[in-house]
Design a protein around this ligand. Sequence first.
Ligand code: SAM
Length: 196
Amino acid sequence: MIRFDKARTHVEIPASFAVLTSRNDGMLQENAMVRRNEIREGEVAVTPPPPTDAGLTFIGRIHTPWTDRTMTPRQGRHDGPECRIEIFEPWVAALKGLEKFSQVEVLYWLDQSRRDLVLQSPASNRELHGTFSLRSPVRPNPIGTSVAKLVRVEGNMVTVQGLDCLDGTPLIDLKPDRCQFTPIAPKQPGDDEIAS
Ligand code: SAM
């Protein structure tokens, strides 16, 4: 157990520790769950094939208040802290028109994740779930997605609420929320296709 100093705004947690929560008596208690790269009891890792270059280009970086995975929200909220998405050149011109939307889909690369688990136990209770049945950051290609609330676009900075990633997380893409977006290109036959 670690003494919780109420004056401190940041608590250093060694990687080997489980998630800590504060108790009524001011102490931190160790929870069963671990959320860094530890493997939990019963979890199954595989040896992934050697990575091939999928040709991804990181187009920016996300600035958030979180520097430790155990302190980061598991899913962002639209009333959560403002986060700033920095767009790198030569992509800044691609922001034109984004300000018309109130919600944007953000795709990011959860760069500190392990990538080899097929069965995971998020609650560390031996109950196993397939990676593709979870939104865990631990996946073969650790892509995170969030529909965030757009606050403002200024120069190369997009401010949003609703993210859940570490400070410095690489940005893969930004798109308008699909519910707010009407295709601009002319209609094509597949648009109206339904199951027979
Ligand atoms: N909203 C996204 C989704 O559903 O695809 C991500 C959800 S994932 C459960 C969010 C968690 O990923 C955070 O709570 C944190 O533990 C972890 N995380 C955030 N940024 C990360 C990073 N850069 N590398 C590895 N893990 C990260």
